[in-house]
Write a protein that binds this ligand. Structure first.
Ligand SMILES: *[C@@H]1O[C@H](CO)[C@@H](O)[C@H](O)[C@H]1NC(C)=O
Length: 113
């Protein structure tokens, strides 16, 4: 009984843990659909490599920087320059909320296609 409980609890934790990760292939599909292959001269594999290096494919990743700004999401977009997180001064060059960058709904656990 205890063992069953432990195993189901463990499975739940594994599912929650994995929900913040996107697979390399799923990411490549999204980037391809969004026409990023060749964008600014960078290939699909460049973008996938960037996501791996920046976040290890963790779409929920948030990193605090020494200057008080934060980096958000799979590409670790910085709040000082690119998006607004309402926590510190931001140029908000992209006119978006950082919250939306750290976890795009379409990249969640379930497919919504
Ligand atoms: C993803 O990033 C979030 C926020 O930084 C962190 O809490 C979570 O543990 C990370 N997930 C994985 C699977 O590394």
């Amino acid at each position: 009984m205890t063992r069953v409980l432990f195993l189901s609890l463990f499975s739940c934790l594994v599912v929650i843990h994995q929900a913040s990760l996107i697979s390399r292939c799923d990411l490549a599909k999204v980037l391809h659909q969004e026409d990023l292959d060749g964008f600014e001269g960078y290939s699909l594999s460049d973008w996938v490599c960037l996501a791996f290096v920046e976040s290890n494919f963790n779409i929920s990743k948030v990193t605090e920087n020494a200057d008080g700004s934060f980096d958000y999401g799979i590409f670790q977009i910085n709040s000082h320059y690119w998006c607004n997180d309402y926590l510190s001064h931001s140029e908000n060059t992209c006119h978006v909320e950082c919250r939306g960058l750290a976890r795009a709904p379409r990249w969640g656990g379930e497919s919504d296609d």
